[in-house]
Design a protein around this ligand. Structure first.
Ligand code: 5AD
Ligand code: SF4
Length: 546
């Protein structure tokens, strides 16, 4: 069937969804599709969805509602709902939005090009989902969720030097509030040989930083040729990739933060000294009902091991406020742990009851919305104070930054205040646990329930070697070859994942630069580039002249 080849895709959710969208778009581009920003003009519209909170689902239904009217003028448009909502709600989506043509779950994404063609040809709704967790043995259900990691199209990445790499998917923890074990299926790790091949291919395409993804990334385990690889083994193997500069990984589960993993982080300089390890709550009774499998004391012990083994590591967390039965006293314990652990940043979410989860089955959502909101704001204000205090420790210091590119503010307009810039850097560069971001077609959706802000890392977090602007360490020729352009506001991150904004040449994107920090907000360090002039052993720090 003829179509205009224009594809509109909107992505809601975590990095796993951003990666899935990247791969789906790459597959469709090979079939001749091109991305458009205009939903109405596209002959093919896909929504890659998230089910973690109700809010994210409502957004998709309201977008679908808009298309229902437009559909009358564009009867050939193929509309697909893919990802977590598709896996979880299946037929319900067809009932609520009968104009949807295609429903494809997280474990069936490879089917999308074929199903779009069929839907266009037959004008019949098509559905491809994996087995429900109750529909078969663990093995049967697991094999119905296929890892979708085809070869990459370098043009499809949000940035040419950063890439996500899935190392495991699914989850078997079954926290009582969470839909992920249903939407992503049983926990499965990918073979190290496959992952390493993928990293090597990405580095050959110019990637300098990989972020390894998994719902509980540090639970990674794979037995190959009779030998078990743990996360620490995998990190060591990936670390050997020549040309790769940074390795990050999200999201960690507290109980799986083993000593061998911490030692690997300590010993492998390319591994970011940044750990996102959601605590979720500060009260043991709530943690028990959440079925997290640890107490605050266990988490405290883990923090002590982190501080001891990887001094200067930055740790961030997620929290859920307003969980069923959360008393004021229990909430105050959340405030206490934020004070005690001084996270670099925390993502704070208001509890959203999710059909199909144990918490929804067992307890009523009894905390009023305004109480949830107040607790959310209180925790956020406290975290912001801590983040700002800890960021202030960086004033006057020089940090090593992997330059990600121009800030969004730069792309839009010039001449903004530092505060605006800082906020903007945050918006542009989603962090672990961020729910709702879309990079590919420029559709960015953020969940207003959470915030993130940076603080909490000592200077020792870097890889040690300070590198001057000629990028000796990366071997990059960026500085020499690129044409001169006007300096713009750039954004990058330190090895402990602090966001840094500074003015510089756009050509620096993808390189490592030293930034002298002279201001900060709770979320961001503000600084200027320094270079190092060597004169007979004497070093002078000079500002870069544009
Ligand atoms: N309601 C609110 N927040 C949730 N999260 C997971 N499930 C829910 C829910 N039902 C949060 C957790 C998790 C993050 C990605 O989303 O904090 O770490
Ligand atoms: Fe959800 Fe994370 Fe718990 Fe798994 S470990 S059930 S993904 S909150």
């Amino acid at each position: 069937m003829p179509h205009n080849g224009k594809l509109y895709i909107e992505t809601v959710g975590c990095q796993m969804n951003v990666l899935d969208s990247e791969l789906v778009v790459a597959a469709l581009r090979q079939q001749g599709y091109a991305l458009t920003d205009d939903m109405k003009e596209a002959d093919t519209v896909l929504f890659n969805t998230c089910s973690v909170r109700e809010h994210a689902e409502q957004k998709i239904y309201s977008q679908l509602g808009r298309l229902r009217v437009a559909r009358k003028k564009k009867p050939d448009q193929v509309i697909g709902v893919i990802g977590c909502m598709a896996q979880k709600d299946q037929e319900l989506i067809f009932q609520k939005a009968p104009h949807v043509d295609l429903i494809v779950g997280t474990g069936q994404l490879a089917e999308i090009p074929r199903l779009i063609d069929e839907a266009r040809r037959d004008r019949k709704p098509a559905i491809a989902v994996s087995l429900d967790r109750k529909e078969g043995s663990r093995l049967d259900v697991a094999s119905s969720f296929e890892s979708y990691d085809p070869l990459r199209d370098p043009e499809m990445r949000p940035s040419p030097w950063q890439a996500y790499v899935r190392i495991m998917f699914g989850c078997d923890k079954f926290c009582t509030y969470c839909v992920v074990p249903m939407t992503r299926g049983p926990e499965q790790s990918r073979a190290p040989s496959e992952i390493i091949r993928e990293v090597q291919a990405l580095v050959a395409q110019g990637v300098r930083e990989v972020t390894l993804l998994g719902q509980t990334v540090n639970s990674y385990k794979f037995t190959e040729n009779g030998r078990q690889s743990r996360m620490s083994d995998l990190l060591a193997a990936i670390h050997d990739t020549p040309g790769l500069q940074r390795i990050k990984f999200v999201t960690n589960f507290p109980k799986d933060m083993t000593d061998d993993l911490l030692q690997a982080i300590r010993d492998l300089p390319k591994v970011s000294r940044y750990l996102h390890v959601p605590l979720q709550h500060g009260c043991d009774e709530v943690l028990k009902r959440m079925k997290r499998g640890y107490t605050v004391t266990d988490y405290r012990d883990m923090m002590a091991r982190i501080r001891e083994t990887v001094p200067g590591a930055a740790v961030s967390s997620d929290f859920i406020v307003g969980f069923c039965g959360e008393t004021e006293e229990a909430f105050q314990k959340c405030m206490d742990v934020v004070r005690e652990f001084r996270f670099k940043n925390s993502f704070i979410f208001k509890y959203s009851p999710r059909p199909g989860t144990k918490a929804n089955e067992l307890w009523s959502d009894d905390i009023p919305e305004e109480v949830k909101r107040r607790r959310n704001n209180e925790l956020l204000t406290l975290q912001n104070e801590i983040s700002e205090e800890d960021n202030a420790e960086f004033l006057g210091r020089t940090v090593e930054v992997l330059v990600e590119g121009p800030s969004k503010r730069t792309t839009k307009a010039k001449g903004t205040t530092s505060g605006q810039m800082a906020e903007d850097a945050n918006l542009n560069y989603p962090m672990p646990g961020v729910v709702e971001s879309a990079v590919l077609a420029g559709h960015v959706h953020r969940d207003h329930d959470h915030d993130h802000d940076d603080a909490g890392c000592d200077t020792g977090c870097g890889t040690g070697a300070l590198v001057s602007l000629d990028l000796g360490r990366s071997g990059s020729t960026v500085a020499a070859a690129a044409p001169r352009t006007e300096p713009v506001q750039l954004v990058g991150r330190t090895p402990c994942d602090r966001i840094v904004v500074f003015d510089g040449q756009p050509r620096l994107a993808g390189s490592i630069a030293e930034i002298h920090v002279h201001d900060c907000t709770p979320t961001t360090l503000l600084g200027s580039i320094v270079t190092r002039q060597i004169q007979h052993g004497n070093e002078t720090l000079l500002p870069i002249l544009m």
